[in-house]
Design a protein around this ligand. Structure first.
Ligand SMILES: [Fe+2]
Length: 350
């Protein structure tokens, strides 16, 4: 009957007044929209509210014994009742007393003798405000958790899409199954060793995952050609860096992806491709991926040779420090290899 101003529930009002006539008027004024409990003194009202819940208290100011301010003070100091809005019913009180009432925590003042309709409007307004405040918080919480769930879902979707793309690249190359995911894993481990935070590690992971995506644009017979490539074929293969960075440039939310694809074949000594960048001019993540990529390429089997033993790959990385590789990241890769006592990381020699 009262959902217009207090949700689905009938609000419960407590009226405390020593004047029976007033209590009767209040009961009658709200008989169609609220439950009303009436109490004839402050102590009675406080005793009732200690055991029951009220949505709003109407409190007479002038009562024998404990007056309205005394009751208000008790209500506002008790955590159980502090949040219940209180409307003070007053005769003619001074502005000073009224402002004191607001300071003590009264929500509103209604002068007696009151007009039932005015009283109803005041009460509705207060309850409506309380209701909205309470539910606004709930609504904000609900929307926040919804947004968090959606963010987590879209991150997961991105992860799965990136892995699917990586599998697409690897499917084109008969001999490098799982290459992209392994490079991503190694690159992430190197970044972790380098002290990168979780977010940065994740970025490197995705850059590793998609570094070879440009191979999609290179003919399969060249990618899968057994034996050595001639100059033209080698040139074509090299174009996967440019093709890859062009493809990934469309992902504007994540510009590093494009950088990883373009620069992962640069060499620390400047003899790499496609831009012949050297040293620190090579983007940092690309220097990390370069080590991870070479390690996995060496330890994976090819059409024309089996994967190299871990020890040989290790020696090659050691040798490439400062020429092919950023020496710092090469050292971190060597640490990873050395700690991998069981050769679980990569060793296809058996
Ligand atoms: Fe590559």
């Amino acid at each position: 009957m009262t959902d217009s101003f207090y949700g689905e529930r009938t609000p419960h009002l407590l009226a405390i007044d020593d004047d029976d006539m007033n209590l009767m008027m209040i009961s009658r004024a709200f008989k169609n929209e609220a439950e009303v409990t009436t109490m004839r003194s402050g102590p009675e009202g406080l005793a009732w509210i200690a055991e029951n819940n009220a949505d709003l208290v109407m409190l007479d100011f002038r009562m024998p014994g404990m007056d309205g301010f005394d009751v208000l003070r008790v209500l506002k100091h008790d955590p159980h009742t502090a949040d219940i809005p209180v409307i003070m019913l007053t005769g003619d009180i001074s502005v000073e007393l009224e402002s004191k009432g607001f300071i003590e925590g009264a929500t509103d003042f209604v002068r007696k003798p009151f007009i039932p309709e005015v009283m109803r409007q005041r009460v509705r307004r207060v309850l409506r405000y309380e209701y909205l405040q309470e539910h606004l918080e709930q609504e904000v919480n609900r929307q926040t958790s919804l947004a968090e769930t959606r963010l987590a879902e879209s991150r997961e979707l991105f992860r799965e899409m990136a892995i699917a793309l990586a599998k697409t690249i690897d499917a084109k190359d008969n001999y490098t199954h799982g290459h992209s995911e392994r490079v991503a894993d190694y690159a992430k481990l190197i970044a972790q060793r380098a002290g990168d935070d979780e977010e940065a590690q994740k970025r490197i992971y995705y850059m590793g995952l998609l570094h070879d995506i440009g191979k999609i644009g290179v003919a399969g017979n060249i990618i899968n050609k057994p034996g050595r490539l001639d100059d033209e074929e080698f040139h074509t293969i090299q174009s996967h860096t440019i093709i890859g960075s062009d493809i990934l440039r469309t992902i504007q939310q994540f510009p590093d992806l494009s950088i990883g694809a373009r620069s992962h074949h640069e060499r620390y000594d400047g003899k790499g491709y496609p831009d012949k960048l050297a040293g620190e001019a090579i983007p940092r993540p690309a220097r990390i991926i370069a080590v991870a990529d070479t390690y996995d390429a060496m330890t994976s089997s090819r059409s024309y040779r089996k994967g190299l033993p871990q020890a040989v790959a290790r020696a090659e990385i050691e040798k490439g420090k400062g020429t092919q590789f950023d020496p710092h990241f090469a050292d971190l890769m060597l640490q990873l290899i050395d700690e991998d006592k069981d050769f679980t990381m990569r060793d296809e020699t058996d």
